[in-house]
Design a protein around this ligand. Structure first.
Ligand SMILES: Cc1ncc(COP(=O)(O)O)c(C=O)c1O
Length: 428
């Protein structure tokens, strides 16, 4: 086992040894790291910049945009949403022709939810959970409103302070009146992993469709969208896929339902023959009907450069390191942080945990500010008290985890966080 050498009680030397035994350690060199002392615990919000992306974008700008000009659409740009989508598909268990890289996660979610509601007339409940990312809940509220307010949004509650939702609670909420089940595969605060296969099976049993948000699992947790017969999925490319700030997102529509569902946004790229310039809209065959407008080629090129590095690593190796990192962090939490007023905000069972770990503290917001300002540690903060520590298997080292926990401890022991304001800034 590659990660058997990771022992929290061995101190920093143990972390150094773990890095030297880590088969994925060389990947860190492929990313821009301007400050080796920086502990970056936020790759689950914005992944680091791959070095290759800089050269690739430079080339796309000079050779493609600068030289080819409009001819670029005939030499690779037009197909980019599919080509990049298929590469994402290989990470999420989707065969070719079912994933598009396009739009934002929020917009793709709206397209998928509206398509699902139209495909299930006569059913009047949408099931999600109260831990879901708020934008997803806003999109569900919008879709229900735009569809005519004929649906009720049923939000399943967590009974362990936003750590998990029990399978029984979800199962009980899904009834014969359920049109759609829409959940995040990995929840954004605690990192809890839902059993996607089982919930999809349960939804299908009563004739409901599913839409999964993979933003916190794509590139971090293996899954089989085709094998589990998922209907729709969406997700973002700027977290574990390292596609850059505001990178285009993706949408998956299972080939078995593609002919029976339509996007609510009838743009020309989703038309059967965009360049026939027909006045009337006829949806394109297959996944293309979920395109809307012109792809953002520069941003898409950045996503593709990152995927070309990431895809060959394989999800098995990525997950193995991810588990080793989060296990190590939790062991260090137990020995260094638990006694300082923290509580663990993520599942202890690795099988139920994605690639971030939240640690909770009543003064978490102030601690977060002190870490960024004084300790060269960048976590992020999620209300009401979560310090979210994202561990990116290709870029986070075991030494980084050790140093991060050590500096969190030093901050709280010294009490430096007390001088930071509790009032929240616009971006936390
Ligand atoms: C789980 C989840 N869903 C949806 C979104 C929204 O994505 P976007 O802002 O790209 O639409 C985010 C953003 O962080 C997210 O974490």
């Amino acid at each position: 086992m590659a990660y058997s050498a990771v022992r929290s009680e061995a101190g920093r030397a143990g972390a150094v040894l773990a890095d030297s035994n880590d088969p994925l350690a060389p990947y860190r060199e492929l990313f821009v790291i301007t400050d080796p002392e920086l502990v970056y615990f936020d790759g689950n919000s914005l992944g680091r910049l791959p070095k290759k992306t800089m050269n690739h974008l430079q080339n796309v700008i000079q050779q493609e945009w600068g030289t080819q000009l409009i001819r670029g659409w005939g030499t690779g740009w037009y197909d980019a949403p599919h080509r990049v989508g298929d590469k994402i598909g290989s990470l999420i268990g989707a065969a070719a022709g079912q994933v598009l890289a396009c739009d934002s996660t929020s917009v793709n979610l709206y397209k998928a939810v509206m398509a699902a509601l139209h495909a299930r007339p006569g059913k009047h409940t949408v099931v999600s959970d109260a831990m879901n990312f708020p934008s997803d809940l806003y999109i569900l509220q919008a879709a229900i409103t735009h569809y005519g307010n004929t649906h009720t949004l049923r939000l399943v509650q967590s009974h362990d302070a936003e750590l998990t939702v029990t399978p029984d609670a979800i199962a009980a909420a899904i009834t014969t009146d359920t049109a759609l089940v829409c959940l995040s595969h990995v929840t954004f605060k605690s990192g809890f992993i839902y059993d996607m296969q089982e919930i999809t099976r349960r939804a299908h049993e009563v004739g409901a469709l599913v839409v999964w948000d993979l933003s916190h699992s794509a590139g971090a947790v293996p899954m089989q969208l085709d094998g589990w017969n998922v209907d729709f999925a969406v997700g973002c490319c700027y977290k574990f896929l390292n596609g850059g700030p505001g990178a285009p997102a993706f949408i998956y529509v299972n080939k078995n339902i593609q002919a029976h569902v339509t996007s609510p946004i009838w743009g020309w790229f989703g038309q059967k023959s965009p360049f026939a310039f027909d006045i009337d809209y006829t949806p394109a065959d297959g996944i293309d009907r979920f395109l809307a407008g012109t792809p953002p080629m520069l941003a898409l090129s950045a996503v593709e450069a990152s995927l070309d590095m990431l895809v060959p690593v394989g999800m098995h190796a990525i997950r193995e390191k991810s588990i080793a990192l989060t296990e190590y962090l939790i062991a260090l939490y137990d020995s260094h942080l638990a006694e300082l007023g923290f509580s663990l905000g993520s599942p202890r069972d690795a099988a139920k945990r994605g690639s971030h770990v939240s640690i909770r503290h009543p003064l978490g917001y102030q601690i977060n500010q002190a870490l960024i300002a004084e300790q060269k540690v960048i976590p992020d903060f999620r209300e009401p008290d979560n310090l979210r520590l994202g561990l990116s298997p290709l870029t986070t080292s075991f030494v980084e985890v050790w140093d991060g926990v050590d500096r969190i401890r030093a901050t709280v022991v010294a009490g430096t966080h007390h001088k930071y304001p509790a009032a929240r800034k616009a971006v936390t």
